[in-house]
Design a protein. Structure first.
Length: 743
């Protein structure tokens, strides 16, 4: 048997580049992963992480069989035994203490797998606990909360039209390293260069002169955590200089006068000291933004994982609206994903009210059905009958990704039973009693139903499995459906049937987009093979480009996508207002009550910053091209090379603190301390130091042979679980007060 190519997308980050995977099926090996020049979105582009797909496939440390732990000993067990163990142990906790005694944490890779997208909700429903946590609350939760208030749906997030804009203002994102987030655009670095090449302008606001700032027309240093002040000042100037232009949106927008009144006190002069951005520079930026033929404002992780994350996220889109750039070509627009929903047709859960329940210990608010992960440790370690005793983690590594990882480690070690669905025995899963490893990404088929709703163009692509799953393995969906079934006293098949039946109800029959199609007809068309693929087929066929089950067959279906192995370009983004709005008023709410209620806190902070001296030094994070959050450090091709987990320090601070380039520093915060090698660089704003996140692979008892040799330190030993964006409960991971001294 020879080799062949399988075309699919890389699911490792949000960019979703097209890859051509060269496979030797006989030997069950992947030989190479290359860019797919015929993929309409990525046109051959790849970043170095794509080779990680190959490394991941053949990594001897990746788990292939369930592992059960007794004391410090791990033992491989069969799948049946594993599911029985899980049902028995979780069942016992539930019987003794009720469903709220078991929590769940679900991590980032779930967003990249259709099996998780479809069956994880079923698992969480079966668990029946309100103590659910996810990586959202160390990430984009503030943006979701803001967008629900403004547009009515948590995933109704405007996407900068990078390919057609004349002016892009980027705050707290470094796409040259991250390849973009809440902005799916393969080769975003190339797209930004193209923006400049066609005469457009790129402005970056960041406390670090990042790789992206280096290719920008203008970079402004900003004190961490002060984006909302800067953005309010930009709003202020637009109003003060009569530059507000709503254009076509005029009749669709509410709250303009209220926003004007709120912005009054935040003049450029009032915020200059606190933000570190001179008043003249703020005025100039407001004018350029307003004068540009088209413009988009884009804020990402630095604007979310900070003290005023929700306010900053709000003001980003307020600026898009006030400059007339919302929902317009070259501005910030709403995608139309082929499976419907995300990006404009919010599912019921995205519209849910806020703070329907609160965490037990600190009383932190629920949002989108979840509690802030900053509260996970205390929900376990605070004494009391109601403490968490069991935990299910799915594709998450909170020990390295949530604030105060050291406290979380101690808490996890005290659980009565923990089960992890994960590929590795790592910093988090070493505390589990049972690990259930799914097949590797290249052994699963996939369809991206999340990021197609957050994409710079509309597109659809089916990814077939590149390799047959090995014998006696389980795919991600099978594991999740099986757990959901066992917890509910049913089988995986019953869970699959429930998921399908639920979606069918909303997709076909009277009152749906396919009013003339009966459930029985749809079922017959979809076939009887269980799993995600027929559900994707349903979503595509009933979706906005779908064939609607019509016999003439025009429109999308899974079969159509299978016949287009490089994917389909469904065209540039198009105006979608007012159709995507789901607010109670039916309007774009520029000054919604929930967001306005947090302005006094910002006002108080501004006053404080004007009177008391700011902390000497604050810590921010960064990402690097060859890392992927906390979990690809075991792949030699990515981990090799020079030390990457360094503390960046401005030369002025280095001199003052007695730190030498290449020397070592001790960094302390309220919650912990660590040592890291120092790199002195004027890319840092004075008073700000930067440490990448996702390192710290020297924990005992893991099975990460390569990562251990490039261990680095976890920046989340310094981040503080008490520091939150008050509205969303999102953790503050940037702007942590620290003390730094030579080690
Ligand atoms: N200080 C600081 N902390 C941060 C951030 C920061 O900027 N600074 N960023 C935050 C952000 S944006 C995020 S998204 C979070 C991420 O936080 P998490 O989602 O908790 O962590 P990841 O590092 O993505 O780890 C993913 C886990 O899933 C496993 N895994 C990978 N692929 C699969 C799969 O297909 N199936 C299964 N079952 N498991 C899989 C990996 O082995 C790993 O254990 O971290 C956050 N933490
Ligand atoms: N190579 C690689 N790519 C990734 C990931 C990865 O780990 N590695 N992770 C993926 C994930 S889960 C996500 S969420 C995305 C994130 O993608 P991005 O949002 O682009 O994240 P970062 O690259 O961390 O860039 C954040 C920037 O914010 C700056 N910053 C810190 N604090 C502040 C502040 O208060 N205000 C402002 N204005 N800026 C601030 C930092 O200096 C940094 O330059 O990347 C994704 N892509
Ligand atoms: S940018 Fe890299 S990791 Fe992200 S999808 Fe493309 S190849 Fe994969
Ligand atoms: Mo993220």
């Amino acid at each position: 048997m020879g080799t062949h190519l399988v075309h699919r997308t890389c699911s490792l980050c949000e960019a979703h580049c097209g890859v051509a995977v060269e496979v030797d099926a006989g030997a069950a090996r992947v030989l190479s992963v290359r860019g797919d020049p015929d993929d309409p979105m990525s046109r051959g582009y790849l970043c170095p992480k794509a080779h990680g797909l190959l490394g991941l496939q053949h990594d001897p440390d990746r788990l292939r069989r369930p592992l059960a732990r007794e004391g410090a000993e791990w033992r491989e067990i069969g799948w049946d035994e594993a599911f029985e163990l899980l049902a028995r142990r979780l069942g016992a906790i539930r019987a003794a203490h009720g469903p709220e005694a078991i929590g769940a944490y679900v991590g980032n890779p779930n967003a990249h797998d259709i099996g998780s997208a479809l069956y994880l909700p079923a698992l969480l429903r079966s668990l029946g606990s309100r103590r659910r946590f996810s990586a959202s609350s160390v990430d984009q939760l503030p943006k979701m909360l803001a967008c629900r208030a403004i547009f009515g749906g948590g995933l109704t997030i405007p996407i900068p039209d990078v390919d057609r804009t004349a002016f892009l203002l980027v705050l707290g994102a470094n796409p040259l390293a991250s390849n973009g987030s809440l902005l799916t655009a393969p080769d975003l670095p190339g797209r930004l260069r193209a923006l400049r090449a066609r005469g457009g302008k790129l402005v970056v606001v960041d406390p670090r002169r990042s790789e992206t700032a280096r290719i920008a027309d203008l970079h402004l240093f900003l004190r961490p955590g002060t984006d909302a002040l800067l953005l309010f000042a930009l709003v202020h100037v637009l109003f003060a200089e009569g530059r507000v232009r709503l254009g076509r949106l005029e009749p669709l927008v509410r709250g303009v006068a209220e926003l004007e009144a709120l912005a009054k006190e935040f003049s450029p002069e009032a915020v200059a000291g606190a933000t570190g951005v001179p008043a003249a520079a703020i005025r100039r930026l407001a004018r350029e933004l307003s004068d540009a033929p088209s413009a988009a404002v884009y804020g990402r992780i630095g604007t979310c994982t900070q003290e005023f994350g929700t306010l900053a996220s709000w003001l980003v889109d307020a600026l898009n609206a006030l400059t007339g750039n919302l929902d317009r070509e070259g501005g910030a627009m709403f995608p139309r994903p082929a499976t419907g929903r995300a990006g404009g047709d919010p599912s019921p859960s995205e519209r849910l009210p806020y703070a329907r329940w609160r965490s037990r210990v600190r009383g932190l608010p629920e949002a989108f059905g979840e509690l802030p992960v900053a509260a996970l440790a205390e929900e376990i370690d605070a004494a009391g009958e109601e403490r968490l005793r069991g935990l299910v983690t799915v594709a998450g590594n909170p020990v390295l990704s949530a604030p105060n990882g050291a406290r979380l480690e101690r808490a996890l070690a005290s659980l009565e039973f923990m089960v992890s669905v994960d590929l590795y025995l790592n910093e988090t899963t070493r505390f589990a009693h049972l690990i259930l490893p799914p097949t590797a990404p290249l052994e699963r088929s996939n369809y991206d139903a999340v990021f197609t709703g957050l994409s710079v163009r509309n597109w659809a692509k089916f990814s077939p499995a590149a390799l047959e799953p090995p014998p006696d393995s389980r795919g991600q969906w099978e594991i999740l459906a099986e757990i959901a079934g066992r917890l509910a006293g049913a089988g995986a098949a019953a869970v699959d049937e429930l998921v399908l039946a639920h979606l069918l109800k909303g997709a076909v029959g009277p009152g749906t987009g396919c009013p003339d199609v009966s459930e029985a007809e749809a079922r017959a068309a979809l076939g009887s093979v269980r799993g995600p693929e027929r559900i994707v087929d349903l979503m595509l066929r009933a979706g906005p480009y779908g064939d609607r089950f019509r016999p003439d067959g025009a429109g999308l279906s899974l079969a159509r996508l299978r016949a287009a192995p490089h994917g389909l370009d469904l065209g540039p983004l198009e105006p979608r207002l007012p159709g995507v709005l789901a607010t109670a008023s039916g309007a774009v709410e520029l000054a919604p009550e929930l967001l306005v209620s947090d302005v006094p806190r910002l006002r108080a902070r501004l006053r404080e910053l004007a009177t008391a001296p700011a902390p000497d030094l604050v810590l921010v994070g960064r990402r690097q091209v060859r890392t992927n959050n906390s979990w690809m450090g075991n792949l030699h091709a990515l981990a090799k090379g020079r030390e990457r987990c360094t503390l960046l320090v401005n030369p002025v601070d280095a001199r003052r603190l007695g730190l030498a380039d290449g020397g070592r520093a001790r960094v302390r915060s309220r919650v912990g301390s660590l040592e890291a090698p120092v790199a002195v660089s004027d890319e840092m704003m004075p008073g700000v130091v930067s440490l990448p996140h996702g390192f710290g692979h020297d924990a005992p008892g893991t099975r990460l042979g390569v990562a251990r040799r490039h261990a680095g330190v976890s920046s989340n030993l310094l981040t503080d679980e008490e520091r939150l964006d008050a509205l969303s409960g999102n953790a503050v991971l940037n702007g942590i007060p620290v003390e730094v001294a030579p080690a």
